[in-house]
Design a protein around this ligand. Structure first.
Ligand SMILES: Cc1cc2nc3c(=O)[nH]c(=O)nc-3n(C[C@H](O)[C@H](O)[C@H](O)COP(=O)(O)O)c2cc1C
Length: 176
């Protein structure tokens, strides 16, 4: 059973054969600009939920935890996401206000990693996000929180059929 399972896993393809070519020399200076281009290309390639990402947070004694979330916005405040402050991630962010995001667009063999401190955005912005959710019934939720991750590191990764995978990393000094 476990040998069959292992063989089945080994037989799965890593990446599609037809992948885009990424030349870091032509990348813009602003990682947010490149992210928007890659998100548009993921949309055009039919990647389902291309705005979803895994968010890793730090819990008690440094134990990591991760889960999928939806990207809500990208602006000067950072990369926005929202959740309940009472959730595990909410409690972990209160204790350790840092996180790592990981976007993966399988059809394009692309990954984007974003790391940095996380800040809570305003109660008004959080309430607006809650009220815009598709399943809203109009009841306010004071525990709903909009957060912004302020990147200190953003890494773009492009798979290559010849396994010469390409990485392009931006390091952004944290604000004083
Ligand atoms: C694709 C996808 C998107 C999700 N988006 C959100 C989101 O934007 N906010 C949220 O609180 N939970 C979202 N969830 C649920 C979370 O993954 C998670 O189960 C929940 O927030 C509880 O996480 P926690 O116990 O680690 O805090 C999403 C799940 C999936 C699969």
């Amino acid at each position: 059973m476990s040998e069959t399972f292992r063989s089945m896993l080994r037989s799965l393809p890593d990446f599609p054969a037809d992948l885009p070519v990424f030349d870091p020399a032509s990348a813009p200076e602003d990682p947010a600009e490149l992210f928007r281009v890659w998100l548009d290309e993921a949309l055009a390639a039919g990647v389902p939920q291309p705005h979803s990402f895994s968010l890793a947070t730090v819990g008690a004694e440094g134990m990591p935890s991760s889960r999928m979330l939806i990207l809500k916005n990208l602006d000067a405040e950072g990369w926005h996401f929202a959740s309940s402050r009472l959730s595990r991630k909410g409690r972990e962010l209160t204790e350790h206000p840092v996180a790592a995001m990981n976007f993966f667009w399988s059809a394009l063999g692309r990954q984007v990693r974003v790391v940095g401190p996380v800040v809570e955005l305003s109660a008004d912005a959080s309430a607006a996000d809650w009220s815009e959710r598709p399943s809203t019934d109009g009841t306010p939720n004071p525990t709903w929180q909009l957060y912004a991750l302020r990147p200190v590191e953003v890494e773009f990764w492009q798979a290559d059929p010849g396994r010469k995978h390409v990485r392009h990393r931006y390091l952004i000094p944290a604000e004083g």
